[in-house]
Design a protein around this ligand. Structure first.
Ligand code: DX5
Ligand code: ZN
Length: 216
């Protein structure tokens, strides 16, 4: 199966949001990646429900929502209502992570856990079989356009081993600083899905850039 490509709308032109969403619809990408930041869990605020609603109206592909907010369980139903298909919460932001995962699934969405660069994949051992996706942050969350952290390859390899040992089948997604140079190495290490923001939207031809990533 070819790698899943999820362009991050954070890097889109918000003055031309519909145009950029239609570009994603008409490209070889698989998902829309939506980054939600609360200014508390991460030192940045992104966008909220009115924008997500608008994206949902235009988007014809899976909405992959990445919550960088504290206590995300408060908003699970709200994100379902604005069209999230996959809802990913941060390991570091949840006190009752197992309960949060169950709640995402009982609201009819796929459930993911995101790990900050310093958080070991080993900490997921007791919930691996409950997950649909693990998002490995390859930058510190909060901003697009940062440099890729090289230790990510090792994390992805370890996560793949854990997945094999546990007999689970979650998707391994990588987020931050992804480009055409590190994408093949990430796929070789075990990545199933790649988020790309700046590399896609700041390129001369985003549609072609998505296709290049897809063909890695
Ligand atoms: C960062 C976000 C990323 C970001 C990726 O906190 O989670 O999804 O948009 O952007 P690039 O690809 O520019 O690093
Ligand atoms: Zn993200």
């Amino acid at each position: 199966m070819s790698v899943i490509i999820a362009p991050s709308i954070l890097a889109a032109d918000f003055g031309n949001l519909q145009r950029d969403c239609e570009m994603v619809n008409n490209s070889k990408s698989d998902w829309f990646h939506l980054d939600i930041m609360d200014g508390v869990f991460v030192p940045n605020i992104s966008y909220g429900m009115p924008i997500i609603n608008k994206i949902n109206e235009v988007a014809t592909k899976t909405l992959d929502v990445h919550l960088m907010i504290i206590d995300p369980e408060r908003y699970i139903e709200t994100f379902k209502n604005v069209g999230a298909d996959i809802l990913t919460v941060h390991y570091e932001a949840c006190t009752h992570l197992h309960k949060t995962i169950q709640s995402i699934k009982s609201n009819g969405m796929k459930a993911g856990i995101a790990l900050n660069p310093h958080t070991s994949v080993d900490l997921l051992k007791d919930v691996l079989n409950d997950l649909d996706l693990v998002l490995v942050m390859s930058v510190n969350p909060g901003f697009g356009g940062q440099s890729f952290i090289e230790n990510t390859y090792e994390k992805v390899r370890n996560l793949r081993i854990l997945r094999e040992k546990s007999g689970s089948d979650f998707i391994i997604e990588i987020d931050g600083g992804v480009n055409i140079t590190n994408a093949p190495k990430l796929i070789e290490a075990g990545a199933d899905a790649l988020v790309a923001g700046s590399f896609v939207f700041k390129s001369d031809n985003p549609t072609q850039t998505i296709e290049d990533l897809k063909n890695c």
